[in-house]
Design a protein. Structure first.
Length: 276
């Protein structure tokens, strides 16, 4: 693994590179930390040049200003990394808020992607009016306003299935705690307001796959993936496990991601990808 800092738009983005082969950019969700994908990236380094990074303002990256973050800026950061580290083209994987960034990147900058895998984007605005899940972001924002990051963080953790049943790496956990005010104060409004650009996503010249974990079927972050896939005519894939399966069982998640990536690169995509 090699690491460095990539300067873009007034921020220094910390990144890690592993392996060789076609570029795979992995975008993290809440907390925006490359460390979520350490195990998966190591497993996939035999087949891909895996790029992971701390999103702007998170962990080892700079650019935290206190002002609301714009999803277009998040997409521009990913574009700059692909241009600078992957010769302008990459397969992109994003989980949770990272999937929202990936969907935004695909809509705004389709020229830089060879494919997109969006895993459990919490795009609650695609759910029907009156669906209780649509109140998730407002509820957490209210808790942040009244009780700060500890209150918002507790509520957020309660909503993510499987959290508390396995241990995070200590360094990742410490960095995540330091990112909470940035998450709930600066990033939250853009994630809360996200609506996918369905027209743009329907017309992209590369395969798009939506997916969610087998243990997450009824959650606010899994159900939108099914609806987005339906709206844009993209395949939907059931991944193993929970929202953060790449932390709980990175080898298992890497095998599934490898299978989806292989299917996306195949000449015949008439049948859904086979999971290991």
């Amino acid at each position: 693994m090699t690491s460095g800092t990539f300067e873009v738009g007034g921020a220094g983005l910390y990144y890690e590179l592993r392996g060789s082969g076609p570029a795979l950019l992995m975008i993290s969700g809440a907390g925006g930390d490359a460390g979520y994908y350490t195990g998966v990236a190591a497993d996939l380094a035999d087949a891909f040049t895996v790029i992971t990074y701390d999103r702007r303002g998170n962990s080892r990256s700079t650019g935290r200003t206190g002002a609301p973050m714009d999803l277009a800026q998040q997409a521009a950061d990913a574009l700059a990394l692909i241009d600078g580290l992957a010769d302008g083209r990459a397969l992109v994987f994003g989980n949770s808020g990272g999937a929202i960034v990936g969907l935004t990147l695909a809509a705004l900058h389709p020229e830089c992607l060879t494919g997109l895998i969006a895993h459990e984007p919490p795009a609650v605005n695609v759910l029907p009016d009156g669906d209780p899940a649509r109140d998730f972001f407002a509820d957490v924002a209210d808790r942040y306003a009244r009780g700060g990051a500890p209150a918002a963080g507790r509520r957020f953790a309660e909503t993510v299935r499987g959290e508390g049943t396995y241990r995070w790496p200590d360094d990742l956990w410490r960095r995540f705690l330091g990112n909470q005010d940035h998450l709930f104060g600066a990033e939250w409004p853009a994630f809360a307001g996200f609506r996918p650009d369905e027209g743009a996503l329907k017309s992209v010249p590369f395969p798009v796959v939506l997916g969610a974990g087998a243990e997450d079927r009824d959650t606010y972050y899994a159900r939108p993936s099914v609806e987005i896939a339906r709206r844009i005519g993209a395949p939907w894939v059931e991944f193993p496990g929970i929202h953060m399966e790449f932390l709980r069982h990175p080898d298992r998640f890497a095998a599934a991601l490898r299978a989806v990536a292989a299917w996306m690169g195949a000449d015949d995509r008439s049948a859904p990808p086979r999971m290991p």
